[in-house]
Design a protein around this ligand. Structure first.
Ligand SMILES: *Cc1c(COP(=O)(O)O)cnc(C)c1O
Length: 464
């Protein structure tokens, strides 16, 4: 299995290099040169598998021998043993053909654990083999940082530095990061906003000379191919549980950077009979506007009740455009040039292809709260605001009510208690048992000014 860049100017890589590289040197994102596929019979045989075995079966062709089967199985087992539900990703029924796939039973209560639990272990495994250490540096407005820290806390060959905007993440989100006390974990609270954090991370990737002893940076954001790979699995898991491959299935996905829903697109390429994929966005609706008018243009950032979807640009959308354009890197380069100049479109054929599979819907805060309230009244089921956006979009965009519609529930409602309160829940939803003492745990983090030199010096000193 070789991986190629969407911009066409970077060398093709094998799995191990694609794992450690992140962004391609030409600015593109890596995708498999050719997608593996499963026959209907092979998919039917997956129905009896537990989650880890299914994960192994789906991901094995992407690893393609870069990690031995026994080792890879062990890494998967360890990754999903951290989840607090026996089914790993349980399905909950909301209506006749309406389901929610709960992806929030991992250590940080959001779906990012599915990819980041595995990613940390994959990194550690290949680094140990190469006798190398890397530095992970990332910026977070909440979910990614805590999931990355949880994924890397027990990795011996990784030091992880996560920047978050000081006093601008919720208490739960901060504590999920700062109560991890391992020596290889460094939380930096930056006196600035999320963009300031992000810009310092970008600058550090561009010039890594501040790192001591030839160390290099590795990326944990959703441009890393291995994250997408791990997310394909639960589409199969959910589809199988409602009758695929004999039956078709539809999915609604709360979307920000397009990583999660792109994994659904790939599941379809691999043989899962997905009839419809719904892009559910909040007011940050660049994707909904694109799907409506074939115009890709940024607007200003809106702060919403669903902060993990507050984005201006969807970085993984480039991967989808590359597929829709027939893997034509020239077209992607043109698209990105046009986009940088203000507005970009794709050809009519590619746009028609996109509309065949994808629908989209944008849900504002008022409608998010209204949906949380309604679903609670109907079923006494409490949705978090991100998942509520998914359910609302599913109800608006459903094409065929005979096909099971599955909304990905991307976070636990206790993580976003404000939205639950706004929807009439008098008491804040309780954190799960294993986190009940979160608010009294010891914390460790360093507050630093919004100054690249200061941050880089701190990192360099911490690595000595
Ligand atoms: C990250 C995140 C999303 C968006 O996922 P993308 O892969 O960026 O589209 C949605 N919901 C929650 C809770 C998240 O943490």
């Amino acid at each position: 299995m070789r991986y190629i860049s969407t911009r066409g100017q970077a060398p093709a890589l094998g799995f191990e290099d694609v794992l450690l590289t992140g962004l391609a040197p030409d600015g593109g994102l890596y995708v498999p040169e050719k997608m593996p596929t499963f026959s209907q019979q092979e998919i039917a045989a997956m129905a009896s598998m537990e989650y880890p075995e299914l994960a192994f079966t789906i991901m094995k062709p992407f690893i393609d021998g870069a990690i031995g089967d026994e080792d890879f199985k062990r890494l998967i087992d360890e990754s999903y043993a951290t989840f607090r539900h026996k089914a790993v990703a349980p399905m909950v029924q909301l209506g006749k053909n309406e389901w929610v796939l709960e992806l929030f039973h991992g250590p940080t209560l959001a779906f990012k654990d599915f990819a980041l639990q595995l990613l940390g272990r994959l990194f550690d495994f290949v680094l140990k083999r190469k006798d190398e250490r890397v530095v992970i540096m990332g910026a977070t407005s909440g979910d990614t940082g805590s999931a990355a820290i949880e994924g890397c806390r027990s990795c011996k060959n990784i030091d992880i530095f996560i920047l978050h905007p000081h006093n601008r993440v919720s208490d739960v989100q901060r504590r999920q990061m700062t109560s991890v006390l391992e020596d290889n974990v460094f939380n930096i609270a930056v006196e600035g906003n999320f963009d300031d954090c992000q810009n310092m991370v970008k600058a550090s990737f561009a010039d890594q000379s501040f790192l001591p002893n030839g160390r290099r940076l590795a990326a944990v954001n959703s441009i890393n191919w291995a994250r997408i790979m791990a997310q394909i699995v639960y589409y199969f898991w959910a589809g199988l549980s409602v009758g695929a491959p004999e039956r078709k299935v539809a999915f609604s996905v709360p979307t920000g950077n397009f990583g999660d829903i792109f994994a659904g697109y790939l599941a379809k390429q691999m043989g899962l009979p997905i009839s419809q994929l719904i892009i559910a966005t909040n007011k940050n609706d660049i994707l909904h506007r694109f799907m409506s008018q074939n115009k890709y243009e940024t607007h200003g950032l809106e702060h919403t009740l669903s902060p993990s979807m507050d984005i201006m640009i969807s970085s993984n959308f480039e991967r989808a455009l590359f597929e829709l354009s027939g893997k034509n890197a020239d077209k992607i380069n043109q698209f990105m040039t046009d986009f940088a100049a203000g507005s970009a479109s794709i050809g009519d054929d590619a746009f028609a292809k996109a509309r065949e599979l994808f629908d989209s819907y944008a849900v504002d805060d008022a409608l998010t709260v209204e949906t949380i309230r309604r679903v609670y009244e109907e079923s006494e089921y409490l949705l978090d605001p991100h998942s509520a956006i998914g359910v609302k979009a599913a109800r608006e965009c459903v094409r065929d009510s005979a096909i099971p519609m599955i909304t990905l529930a991307t976070a636990h409602p206790a993580k976003f208690a404000d939205a639950a309160k706004a929807a009439g829940q008098e008491d804040a939803p309780a954190l799960p048992h294993h986190m009940a003492d979160l608010m009294s745990r010891e914390e460790r983090y360093t507050v630093k000014p919004d100054d690249l030199a200061v941050i880089q010096q701190f990192i360099a000193d911490s690595l000595k």
